[in-house]
Design a binder for this molecule. Structure first.
Ligand SMILES: NC(=O)c1ccc[n+]([C@@H]2O[C@H](COP(=O)([O-])OP(=O)(O)OC[C@H]3O[C@@H](n4cnc5c(N)ncnc54)[C@H](OP(=O)(O)O)[C@@H]3O)[C@@H](O)[C@H]2O)c1
Length: 287
């Protein structure tokens, strides 16, 4: 029987409606409109699309939102000064530095410069440390989106074996941390795989939940998946002008119990969690 489809688009829509309601309540109570500012440096077309999507989602959910555009030749200092200005602006609650930056700039000092209470991407070392200790202020957007999808789809994580493919600071590593924590939506036994992992199919075949976040189109084949497993595809790859995930969707559907599509799976949840974090940031700053 083909796998049940986990509809990230529908789950994201209902979550965003709930966030919009809470934004309205917050604004009515405090007189403050939560505001997210994105800093877009250079003219990478994919980054421009991501920023536009985030901007539109903010507007639709009742947030204030702005995009600051810096030229591709911007200096490290100009970027740091921009972040410092936003840190000091009480009308700005969340700051998003769109990555990747042009190659002459380094991202880490810029991400470190974002005020921890405005760090809605959860990249600041203070917030990553809090996440590791199980007392997160913000949850990183894509991993939190994955966790929400699992919850909304009724997929139990407690006691289950989750195999995460990929160990990036943005997806794989924080997701592994989150799923192994004590608590609801977690309590999993987690294995993290990467490019140096030996016998990767042998490990993926033991997964109750398999998360692919490596950026290799259709890497996960049906032979790598245990019958009935839940497969979450984080990958976004462009092949012949089409978006495809890290999972070979059609054949894997015949084996898996549940699966997320690309597009329409994890992607919409990432933006949704960014909205959630911006509301949290406003609450933390306004009280
Ligand atoms: N849906 C969303 O909202 C969303 C958000 C973020 C990212 N993404 C997508 O998710 C994918 C991963 O993104 P990322 O930022 O985490 O990527 P990344 O920083 O490039 O990290 C890729 C990870 O995959 C591992 N890897 C690469 N090839 C592998 C292979 N053949 N076998 C095993 N492991 C392999 C790498 O291992 P090493 O560490 O050993 O190099 C690394 O840990 C991309 O397609 C990206 O576009 C989607």
């Amino acid at each position: 029987m083909p796998a049940r489809l986990i509809d990230g688009k529908a789950i994201a829509e209902s979550t965003r409606a709930d966030i919009a309601r809470r934004v309205g309540e917050f604004t009515a109570r405090t007189g403050v409109r939560p505001c997210l500012v994105a800093v877009l440096t250079g003219d990478d077309p994919a980054s421009a699309v991501y920023v536009k999507n985030k901007h539109t989602a903010c507007e639709q959910a009742g947030f204030g939102t702005r995009v600051i555009r810096l030229p591709a030749q911007a200096t490290q200092q100009e970027l740091l000064d921009t972040v410092a200005g936003l840190n000091a602006d009480p009308t700005v609650h969340g700051i998003l530095v769109q990555l990747p930056l042009p190659s002459h700039l380094s991202a880490q000092p810029v991400l470190d410069a974002v005020h921890p209470l405005k760090d809605v991407d959860c990249f600041h070392p203070e917030n990553v440390g809090r996440l590791a200790q199980g007392r997160a202020r913000f949850l990183p957007c894509t991993p939190a989106g994955v966790q929400r999808l699992l919850g909304a789809a009724g997929v139990e994580t407690s006691g289950r074996h989750v195999v995460v493919l990929g160990r990036s600071d943005i997806v794989g590593k924080p997701l592994a941390l989150m799923l192994m924590q004590r608590g609801p939506g977690a309590n999993a036994t987690v294995t993290v795989c990467h490019s140096q992992t030996r016998n990767l199919p042998g490990l993926t075949q033991t997964a109750d939940i398999l998360v692919a976040a490596i950026g290799v189109p259709r890497f996960v084949t049906a032979e790598m998946v245990a019958p009935g497993a839940t497969v979450i595809d984080v990958g976004i790859n462009r092949v012949d002008g089409r978006l495809v995930g890290d999972v070979d969707f059609g054949p894997v559907c015949e084996v898996a119990g549940a699966i997320t599509p690309v597009p329409g799976g994890v992607g919409p949840m990432t933006i949704t969690l960014l909205l959630e974090n911006t509301l949290t940031a406003a609450r933390l700053q306004v009280g």
